[in-house]
Design a protein around this ligand. Structure first.
Ligand code: AMP
Ligand code: MG
Length: 331
């Protein structure tokens, strides 16, 4: 099992221990406001390889590179004016921008899967402090086996990857609970590559231009190859927009309406009794895991509105429900 150091036991100890592992070219699991990340030195090919190996992640699926701040990000990527405005406003925070990689950047091509672009994010809290201390960008996908549910607690990480990694930094439950929103600006237009922790509504309200969603369903997959069908897969099946639940199923409800059959079901969890989408996002992955652990044959999920953070929640649920043999990369 991995060593677990809680940030509450001392920030310096956590940062120093994580830095030692990173300097050895090994990955370390770290808390971010979105989900727990499996972080390694983005400039070190052996370190990046160990991320892919630890997760069982396909290598053509590029990794998001995390920076301490916009200044550090500008050393590695070209910012068009709109991307810079978005970065200034939403960083640190759950927003990833896909930008042109600067030729002088020392981010290793294994992290970008050889693309001439790079996905960059500046996270809130511990991870930002760690990157500042370590001095190099950290490539960090979610700290789970490829295709499985993303972790929002140190215990989730330990249960999945604990025997494959040395260290988990425990920062408590992730505040946002779903991964970052990924955007790419092209010719002054904002394209959504993945819905996530910043809502499209908030981006549009700030930017003053509409966010373009892919015209053909699934087109974002081409831009963001990690965005594929089966992902976030529990062992149980997942049944969406459920208005009733069976005896062998577990229920994830949303809002204050009772669901037919819930009293006889395996388990009832409510993502947010008050119908608050931010609360539902924060609970989503933990509740999927809890429901799965009951051994239910399927997890029935009540409808979740597709507005605000609901877009990211529904994106994850659709992929949790996707056929497991869907072709293409999972991550
Ligand atoms: P994650 O697995 O949460 O770290 O997110 C990785 C996602 O970011 C994947 O879907 C990648 O395809 C996407 N991504 C990272 N870098 C790029 C890039 N340069 N261009 C397009 N998508 C990227
Ligand atoms: Mg992931």
């Amino acid at each position: 099992m991995a060593r677990i150091i809680a940030i509450g036991d001392g920030m310096d100890e956590a940062i120093n221990a994580a830095s030692v592992i990173l300097a050895l070219g090994r990955p370390v699991a770290i808390p971010t406001e979105t989900v727990y990340g499996l972080a390694a030195d983005a400039t070190n090919p052996a370190a990046i390889t160990s991320i892919y190996e630890t997760k069982g992640r396909p290598r053509f699926n590029p990794l998001i590179c995390h920076m301490a701040d916009l200044d550090m990000a500008e050393q590695h990527a070209e910012f068009d004016p709109l991307s810079r405005r978005l970065a200034e406003h939403f960083w640190p925070g759950p927003l990833t921008l896909v930008l042109a990689l600067k030729p002088e950047s020392d981010i290793h091509p294994l992290a970008t899967a050889g693309l001439d672009s790079v996905g960059i994010r500046v996270p809130v809290g511990f991870t930002g402090d760690l990157i500042r201390h370590f001095g190099r960008p950290l490539a960090a996908p979610s700290a789970n086996s490829s295709g499985k549910i993303s972790p929002t607690s140190a215990a989730h990480v330990d249960g999945d990857l604990g025997d494959r990694i040395n260290l988990v930094i425990d920062g408590g439950a992730c505040e946002v609970g779903v991964e970052s929103t990924i955007l790419k600006v092209e010719d002054g237009e904002i394209h959504l590559l993945r819905p996530g922790g910043v809502s499209v509504e908030d981006i549009e309200a700030f930017a003053g231009v509409p966010v373009q969603r892919p015209k053909i369903a699934g087109a974002a997959i081409i831009e963001a190859p990690g965005m594929l069908a089966s992902h976030y897969a529990p062992n149980a099946g997942v049944r969406l927009n459920a208005t009733s639940v069976g005896r062998l199923e577990a229920l994830l409800n949303f809002g204050n309406t009772a669901v037919a059959g819930q009293d006889d079901s395996r388990m009832v969890l409510n993502l947010s009794p008050a119908g608050d989408l931010a609360e539902a996002a924060a609970n989503l992955f933990d509740y999927l895991k809890q429901a799965d652990a009951t051994g239910a044959v399927a997890i029935a999920v009540a409808p979740v509105p597709d507005t605000g953070l609901g877009e990211a929640i529904n994106d994850r649920l659709v992929r949790a429900a996707a056929p497991r043999d869907a072709e293409g990369p999972v991550e």
